[in-house]
Design a protein around this ligand. Structure first.
Ligand code: FES
Ligand code: FES
Length: 156
């Protein structure tokens, strides 16, 4: 199988790899780079679990090939914070019980990160609209909206 050399800046670090053209960006992040914070649910662009930022905009990593990210910047959930050093959005998810099983959470956090960058003072309607492409089987969404609303309030 032929490969192609790509260079992708992931969470601030440049990675150069030879990849098969058919390799999905989600598999590149998880399998090649070991960044398993990006979850894979449907692999059809429906659930949003695989959401990352591509050059600053939210993007489903299961709908892109890694070669399409050549020369791009990708930020995954690992870029936000870490245990003991959660960023304000992660902390708010924690405080508002915005997750149960946590499977959807990386995608929710990355979608919300993009949303809050574009709409720093997002209304509840804008928050709900912004999250409408991310599925959660557990929470009923109310606590996720509350967590994001709290970050907006803090900023305001
Ligand atoms: S795994 Fe990508 S949208 Fe579901
Ligand atoms: S917390 Fe389980 S799917 Fe959202």
């Amino acid at each position: 199988m032929s490969t192609r050399d790509i260079t992708v800046t992931v969470n601030g670090a440049a990675h150069r790899h030879a990849v098969e053209p058919r390799l999905l960006l989600s598999d590149f992040l998880r399998g090649t780079l070991g960044l398993t914070g990006t979850h894979v649910g449907c692999e059809h662009g429906v659930c949003g679990a695989c959401t990352v930022l591509l050059d600053g905009d939210s993007m489903r990593a299961c709908l892109m090939f890694a070669v399409q990210a050549d020369g791009c910047r990708v930020d995954t959930v690992e870029s936000l914070g870490r245990i003991g050093q959660l960023n304000p959005l992660q902390q708010s998810f924690h405080e508002h019980h915005a997750l149960q099983c946590g499977f959807c959470t990386p995608g929710m956090l990355m979608t919300a990160t993009d949303l809050l960058k574009k709409y720093p003072l997002a209304t509840d309607d804008e928050i709900r609209e912004g999250l409408s492409g991310n599925l959660c089987r557990c929470t009923g969404y109310q606590h996720i909206v509350a967590a994001i609303r709290a970050v907006v309030k803090e900023r305001a």
